[in-house]
Design a protein around this ligand. Sequence first.
Ligand SMILES: NC(=O)C1=CN([C@@H]2O[C@H](COP(=O)(O)OP(=O)(O)OC[C@H]3O[C@@H](n4cnc5c(N)ncnc54)[C@H](OP(=O)(O)O)[C@@H]3O)[C@@H](O)[C@H]2O)C=CC1
Ligand SMILES: CC(C)(CO)C(=O)C(=O)O
Length: 337
Amino acid sequence: MAKVFFMCKYAILKKRENEVHPVRIRIVGAGALGLLFASKIAATAAIVDLITHTQEQSDLLTAKGILAVSSQEEIVYSVDAFSMHTITGAAELLEPVDWLFLMVKQKDITAALLQQLLLLVTPTTRIVCFQNGIGHMELLKQHFSNDRLYAAITTEGALKLSAASFRHSGHGTTWIGRLENMSSDSVEWDEAEIILQTMLIEAGFNVFLSKKIISNIWNKLLINAVINPLTAILQIKNGALLESLYIKDLMSVLFEEGCLVARAANITIADNLWEQLIHVCEKTAENQSSMLKDILEGRTTEIDWINGALIQYANQYKLALPTHQAFYKMIKHLESR
Ligand SMILES: NC(=O)C1=CN([C@@H]2O[C@H](COP(=O)(O)OP(=O)(O)OC[C@H]3O[C@@H](n4cnc5c(N)ncnc54)[C@H](OP(=O)(O)O)[C@@H]3O)[C@@H](O)[C@H]2O)C=CC1
Ligand SMILES: CC(C)(CO)C(=O)C(=O)O
């Protein structure tokens, strides 16, 4: 039987005694990624709270903590959790935070959520968006200035098992970067950014600060735009994509069409991006992609922000993306069943 450990606030508070100002993090979205980051951060000297969608989930998390499940052990992390609906009526009761991590899906970034976010931050809170795909940062920019907006790209893998438990399905790397333009030689990371990176490394994440986050976002987008729709339509795990020459041909066509758009948008594509794509399939061979999971569980997918977004850019540049168009329509059909 797996061993169960309890990480309680008492131990964490004791650890904080000598600290001048522990970094404060607020995580919006207590799904797979939110539970992973909240639990690992809760085990450091940082202070973290979680904003859930429902009252039921915040009550459960407050009472029982987050259960991190692995094949060797189960660990319970105690966290503060509040539901979005309760706190928007009494946001002044929340502690101010240094960083807000936005960990909802693309479809959840609605006008209402953006209004609610305004209540969860102070003018100095910086916001980091972890979504796969593109389109979300444009929405965020309508409400927050560029100098406090960050994007993150992560290859961590997390699976939500229940409202208060998750499995860390794959260790990866996370790149965090300011949205405002940074020329590669003139960058000095400020103290808050270094503190955040140090804390996340202490929490067990492999984290880099990136001067080219837009290019990181697009490079991951080009990978997701191949793996996600193919695995979702064929209903196979990521590794199985590499087992057929026919599928590899399709991967290559999707990849080349995606690169066409990225080049038109002036994005730097990594020289070895195709090799990276193959490596992702190998490294996550046993995983179901997020799009396959969404389809199997009857949820809408992030296709509109992945292949759909590429198609929109292509229209703007008058480029044809017939294969992405076809896959987009097939996923939309599967979503509508
Ligand atoms: N999981 C992973 O391994 C990775 C995920 N990502 C990206 O991270 C993002 C999140 O993914 P993931 O964690 O898997 O998704 P999940 O669906 O597991 O989590 C999203 C969470 O956001 C909550 N939510 C939705 N709307 C609101 C709201 N208005 N207020 C508060 N909470 C809300 C949902 O609550 P409810 O379900 O109750 O509606 C849900 O708990 C996605 O864009 C994904 O592409 C990137 C890399 C890896
Ligand atoms: C990289 C990949 C394809 C891993 O499954 C992913 O990000 C996803 O499933 O959305």
